[in-house]
Write a protein that binds this ligand. Sequence first.
Ligand code: PXP
Length: 236
Amino acid sequence: MLLGVNIDHVATVRNARGGVEPQPIEAAKICELLQVSSITTHLREDRRHIKDKDVEIISKTISTNLNLEMAVTDEMQQIALRIKPHSVCLVPEKRQEVTTEGGLDVAGQLEKITSFVKPLKDAGIEVSLFIDPSGEQVEASAKTGAQFIEMHTGSYANAFGTDKEQEEFLKLKNAAKLAQQLGLKVNAGHGLDYKNVKRMHEIGGLCELNIGHSIISRAIFVGLESAIEEMVELVR
Ligand code: PXP
């Protein structure tokens, strides 16, 4: 399995003082040096952490695959088509949420998502859909033309260590299997940390895990390089 590192919260810290430090591009350079498989930034509609300029600078400076997380909006599609990241991950977005809550409802907006995916794919961008691990969402995702799904691991992460853990874990395992049978490649992410990440190895054939908050949190105490290296070791 590969590790994609989400560096949004470097920008969260920077924005807390409205200044220039710490800079997401510096984090991206460390990720590149450590040869992580991708660097993820979520350009939110409200620009609460990563800003347009960050994405611009990272995409121009870094050769590691850039994965742009984005909402299904015309504005974001235009930005992606201009910047041409290696991949985009389509996520639902609500202004009030603290972080991405729940997956994209692909089944409920199949036509919209399908037509949104096409120009991105035609531009050579890999498309991933961030969905809850449900059969309905997986089956719908397979009809959109997207090459990847990213399974939302938030419910598993919240249930980790409780009597609900196994139930949530099995949802991920079954959804991954179904997706692979339908020809989709499968990533996973959200809420994964240095403990709960280990069970991802029990799910066959996952391509990449996208992890942000726990890595940036650990980096405060051990430095970003060590925090990434420790996670790479667990994910490998
Ligand atoms: N994947 C997606 C689609 C996300 O929205 C996020 C959070 O921005 C992550 C992965 C990373 O989640 P976390 O920061 O909890 O590791």
